[in-house]
Structures are given as structure tokens and as C-alpha cells.
Design a protein around this ligand. Structure first.
Ligand SMILES: [Zn+2]
Length: 53
């Protein structure tokens, strides 16, 4: 598992992130860093809404 420190420094997850913010964060995160996968629960919600993970 590689952590992209630079990316994380510049892309902090907002404290009270909305669903859309979390989705956006994780989609970007996925592209730049592999430290953690999208949480199962979020991935399921994204699937329900037809958002590709
Ligand atoms: Zn990461």
C-alpha cells in the first residue's frame, strides 16, 4: 500500500463532508493514492446511485 503524502497534504477530507464531497474525494484519491480503498458502505451507496467506483 503506497501513501501519496503530497496528495493527502493538498486534499484534506472536509470535517463534515457531504455524500458528494466524500464521493469526489475518494474518486480523486483512488487515482492518486492507494493507501486505502473506498469504504464498503460508501461504495455501496455509490453503486445505488449509479456512480462508478
Ligand atoms: Zn491515500
Amino acid at each position: 500500500m503506497k501513501l501519496n503524502k503530497e496528495w493527502h497534504k493538498e486534499h484534506k477530507m472536509p470535517k463534515n463532508a457531504s455524500f458528494e464531497e466524500r464521493v469526489h474525494w475518494h474518486l480523486e484519491h483512488q487515482k492518486h493514492c492507494k493507501c486505502a480503498p473506498i469504504p464498503k458502505k460508501l461504495a455501496e451507496q455509490m453503486k445505488e446511485k449509479g456512480i462508478k467506483t
